[in-house]
Design a protein around this ligand. Structure first.
Ligand SMILES: C[S@@+](CC[C@H](N)C(=O)[O-])C[C@H]1O[C@@H](n2cnc3c(N)ncnc32)[C@H](O)[C@@H]1O
Length: 441
């Protein structure tokens, strides 16, 4: 029998953990447990569901348009890598190579694939649009949470590319050449909560509150003050020296798990690109004095809550990325920034407007029926809505020694395979057949 918890009840497993830890733990530890504990965590247990009928939607849950727009960018990078490796796509995709056992020479690595929907849509788009490239390519799924991996395995049975699930550590043992995609993953890394008490920055902790006459509940309390070793980090984010505009009680997040994540991602890739797509703010905006309480949000059943201590293990907990922290951690981890754009700009550069226009264009003499066309139009607009998914940011990094065109001049290599037939109405004559998001929209 399962017992339904009240909003404020402390689950027994968490109570025991907190007691064993001496009564309280840093918020970061709590967030890691609430999300990733294999038995009780929201992702670890596989309890969270992504999609319109699930706990929250991501861009691919709105339909195949997001993957279709992203695919040419990934194909472009994979083709560049093939050229850098001296891989002859025609020969590599031929029957002799296909008969060979073992991993394919190129990999599309998705970290945190959620339901597996985006990986499947991308595999299908690659196989359809760039068959030679796809024949040299495998899908590598990096998913630390067993509950999620089980559903991904089912979903990806339909994948036209071979799939492997690997832990980040295993990938580092035999790194591959390819493109890593981290879509809405880094916002699930546990963050450190800090609070200014008027004199010191303090690490926030989660504890059991046992007020007389009240049921036991969870509480965020101030822990030790941050030591002088944290000052350089705080300084780089504009949080040190103290600013009187941030009064006592002003709280925010730091992202200590970014650097190890990016280093481990770099260890799994001998040569390649990394595309991070997530909610992100520059340090100036993230730590603006008027943002009094950081960016943490909990999601469940399409509801958002500002209370990260509510029903631990049942809600997704997310914090925005700080773009300056991300870029700095990536650099330390061995990645070089190629460029960054808002999702709105990136998708427009990749042909979203032409795709919208194409909804009205008959294909083989037939128009989409009105209901389908309107639903597709709404999904496309949601992807670039500045108040929603359009506020996501795309960050492209490379891990190689070859010079790459600076942001604004990205171009596919001359050997790039031709790609899919143009989407109706999507390619005004004279335009590059392969738009890249780093090119100015
Ligand atoms: C919000 S979902 C993203 C789903 C998918 N990328 C999409 O766009 O629909 C977050 C995913 O990241 C996984 N995850 C969480 N922490 C991770 C980590 N440190 N490394 C890789 N994946 C992680 C979760 O288990 C989950 O599958």
């Amino acid at each position: 029998m399962t017992t339904r918890l009240n909003e404020t009840d402390v689950p027994e497993w968490l109570r025991q953990r907190l007691l064993a830890a001496g009564g309280s733990v840093p918020f970061r530890t709590y967030m890691g447990w609430a999300l990733h504990d294999p038995e009780h965590g929201a992702y670890g247990s596989g309890r969270l569901q992504i999609g319109r009928r699930g706990d929250f939607v991501t861009s691919p849950s709105l339909g195949p348009d997001f993957a279709a727009l992203l695919a040419p960018q990934l194909a472009g990078w994979l083709a560049e890598l093939a050229v850098e490796m001296g891989l002859d796509l025609e020969e590599a995709a031929g029957p002799k190579q296909a008969a060979k056992a073992g991993p394919r020479p190129l990999a599309l690595v998705e970290t945190g694939p959620g339901e597996g929907e985006l990986a499947l849509q991308l595999a299908q788009a690659l196989a359809q649009g760039w068959p030679e490239l796809a024949a040299c390519c495998e899908l590598v799924l990096v998913e630390p949470n067993g509950g999620m991996a089980t559903r991904q395995r089912q979903r990806l049975q339909a994948s036209p590319l071979p799939c492997r699930w690997l832990r980040a550590e295993a990938l580092a043992q035999s790194p591959c050449t390819g493109v890593v995609l981290a879509h809405e993953v880094l916002d699930a890394l546990a963050v450190e909560r800090i609070r200014w008490d008027g004199r010191h920055w303090r690490q926030q902790r989660v504890t059991l509150s046992q007020e007389a006459g009240k049921p036991e509940s969870l509480e965020l309390i101030d822990g030790d003050s941050l030591g002088p070793q944290t000052e350089p980090v705080l300084e780089s984010l504009g949080l040190w020296p103290p600013d009187p505009r941030r009064g006592p009680g002003w709280a925010t997040e730091l992202h200590p798990e970014l650097a190890p994540w990016l280093a481990s991602c770099a260890a799994g890739i001998s040569r390649g690109r990394l595309l991070v797509i997530d909610y992100a703010l520059s340090a100036e905006r993230y730590y603006a004095p008027q943002r009094l309480d950081g960016t943490l949000i909990a999601y469940r059943q399409q509801e958002a809550s500002g209370d990260p201590l509510r029903q631990p293990g049942s809600w997704d907990l997310t914090a925005h990325l700080c773009s300056d922290s991300l870029v700095q951690a990536a650099r330390q981890g061995g990645w070089r920034l190629l460029g960054q754009r808002s999702q709105g700009e990136a998708l427009l550069a990749l042909g979203l407007a032409q795709r919208l226009h194409g909804l009205q264009t008959p294909v083989a003499g037939e128009r989409l029926d009105l209901a389908t066309a309107l639903a597709r139009r709404e999904s496309l607009l949601r992807l670039v809505d500045p108040a929603g998914l359009g506020a996501f940011h795309w960050f492209a990094f490379t891990r190689d020694s070859t010079p790459t065109a600076p942001s604004g001049q990205g171009r596919p290599p001359s050997s790039l395979p031709p790609g899919p037939a143009p989407y109706p109405g999507s390619q005004p004559s004279g335009e590059s057949p392969l738009p890249l998001f780093l090119r100015d929209p």
